[in-house]
Design a protein around this ligand. Structure first.
Ligand code: B12
Ligand code: SF4
Length: 450
């Protein structure tokens, strides 16, 4: 028998709507003072906290992604949690990784408590992840909702260290960060930090196995990403490709030794594990850590830095990269593990944006070339790349006189870059049009090894 549907209630007649309409509207909550907000955060478990309006001039790049996640956003509330330094410094990386995970989970929990406390006071708020999960549909572009480092620095909680992590004046480098995004208006601003906690000792430069931190502050993104993040998304992709390309289990084991797949399993089961983070481990900055370093620097070197330098370990590098040259020269006792980079562009603009992230200074030294790219998608995407004795400059549009002009469909060009298609095939079939010195294009390719 067919059941008759109950009659639909109009919104005006709905009992919930009627009850709510009969109540007096609470009106907007009063603004919070910075001190009230800090107290709320500290009570929730944060060890330091601040607030900064979304319109802060240092946060321009954050506005789009933050509003995308929370259109009502007005204020960003950075929080700081301490890690236990001895754990992070242990040469047994499982100990360090446990501490990263423990503190990371706490950041997410505490940020959530702050969101609930703000909600109870009538403010709307969300807490994006400390790290993961991220917006992987945007990969390999920006996948994070908010840059916790930028927010913490803008709110005067610390300064960016030479190692490109934030150093807190008291807790030093042993911190993880979170950010609550709220529609609350916060009155008051923190006084600017009067000094930089980084003491310029450059131990982070010396300790990084892949040379990701240069003494002048340049951060080699791909070096850190390829090695330290081996068991995150990019290394996992490379491991899957090894499975696909191996003809049998013996060949697979040459590319993915048993200890590595066990380690990958551990990361998948218990949360991804970093391979290094030595830049944070060796850092003596911050009131809580500088004392022992000042009193006995050789002891710090012997007990903290040297054991990490002396570790025999796999170091994951793309063949032809600066990282490969660095590990071979500085750490001959570490084992070089050649891998394929999974940082691969999927659009012309992505290719252009990724160039500074995967650029290698070594193969770019001693020559100069200007390259014009005209890649066809829906319309043409044009950009100029100038390589000049180890330096890279990229600009939108076709600027200056080119030594080489590249014209192709974006799809064809990306397939050549990813070694799916040969450039000779593409030229012969008319899919790739090259003008100028082709040898320079080989030099160009060497600066972006895959
Ligand atoms: C992307 C990212 C990375 C990248 C890039 C690191 C970097 N220096 O920015 C990689 C994978 C290499 C990385 C490594 C690590 N990270 Co990380 N990472 C992030 C993330 C998601 C965003 C960083 C960010 O704001 N970048 C933008 C600007 C502000 O950074 P920048 O230094 O000016 O820019 C450099 C790179 O980001 C890159 N870049 C710039 N634009 C773009 C765009 C795209 C699409 C990409 C992919 C990269 C990129 O090039 C720049 C120059 O080299 C944050 C979490 C979050 N949601 O904020 C954690 C975060 C920065 N990471 C953190 C940590 C702890 C680490 C590691 C120590 C992990 C570990 N245990 O080994 C290492 C340290 C490496 C180092 N010396 O920086 C902490 C830092 C805490 C602190 N004290 O500041 C954060 C804040 C996580 C957290 N919630 O606490 N990380
Ligand atoms: S290790 Fe030394 S140079 Fe590097 S960030 Fe820390 S204090 Fe600065």
């Amino acid at each position: 028998m067919q059941q008759s549907k109950p009659p639909r209630v109009r919104l005006e007649d709905h009992p919930t709507a009627q009850r709510l309409r009969s109540q007096v509207s609470p009106g907007p909550p009063p603004p919070l003072t910075l001190e009230e907000l800090r107290t709320l955060c500290l009570e929730a478990g944060a060890e330091d906290a601040g607030a900064v309006p979304l319109e802060h001039p240092e946060l321009l790049e954050e506005v789009g992604p933050v509003r995308q996640a929370f259109p009502a956003a007005r204020t960003l509330v950075p929080i700081v949690l301490r890690m236990h330094a001895e754990d992070v410094r242990s040469p047994s990386r499982s100990v360090a990784n446990l501490e990263f995970h423990r503190t990371g989970h706490q950041v997410d929990e505490i940020a959530h408590r702050i969101v609930l406390a703000l909600t109870a006071r009538g403010h709307r708020a969300i807490n994006p992840a400390m790290a993961f999960p991220m917006e992987m549909a945007n990969f390999p572009g920006r996948t994070w909702v908010v840059s916790h480092k930028r927010v913490a620095v803008a709110a005067q909680l610390g300064k960016m260290g030479l190692h490109r992590s934030v150093i807190h004046p008291r807790f030093g480098s042993f911190i993880l960060l979170g950010t609550v995004i709220t529609d609350a208006v916060v009155e008051g601003a923190a006084a600017p930090l009067s000094y930089d906690p980084c003491v310029s000792c450059k131990l982070c430069v010396a300790a990084c196995p892949v040379g990701a931190i240069e003494p002048d502050g340049t951060f080699r993104f791909s070096a850190c990403y390829d090695h330290n993040y081996r068991e995150f998304m990019t290394g996992f992709g490379d491991a899957m490709e090894a499975v696909a390309e191996s003809k049998d289990r013996h060949q697979l084991r040459e590319r993915l030794p048993i200890a590595e797949s066990a380690s990958l399993w551990q990361s998948l089961a218990y949360g991804p594990n970093y391979k290094a983070a030595y830049c944070l481990a060796v850092c003596p900055a911050g009131e809580d850590h500088l004392g022992p370093f000042l009193r006995d620097r050789p002891k710090h070197l012997a007990e903290v830095v040297d054991p990490l330098l002396a570790r025999t370990e796999e170091v994951y590098v793309v063949p032809g990269s600066d990282a490969e040259a660095h590990v071979k020269k500085r750490f001959p006792h570490k084992r070089v593990r050649p891998i394929r980079s999974s940082l691969r562009a999927t659009s012309a603009r992505g290719f252009f944006r990724a160039l500074p992230l995967v650029f290698q200074r070594g193969p770019a030294r001693g020559w100069r070339g200007v390259f014009h790219f005209v890649l066809q998608e829906v319309g043409a995407v044009e950009f100029t790349v100038c390589i000049d004795d180890g330096a890279l400059e990229t600009k939108p549009g076709l600027i200056g006189e080119a030594d080489v002009v590249v014209r192709a469909e974006t799809k064809t060009w990306l397939e050549i870059v990813q070694q799916k298609r040969s450039p000779v095939w593409a030229v012969v079939t008319g899919r790739l049009k090259l003008e100028g010195d082709r040898k320079l294009l080989d030099k160009f390719a060497a600066c972006f090894p895959r």
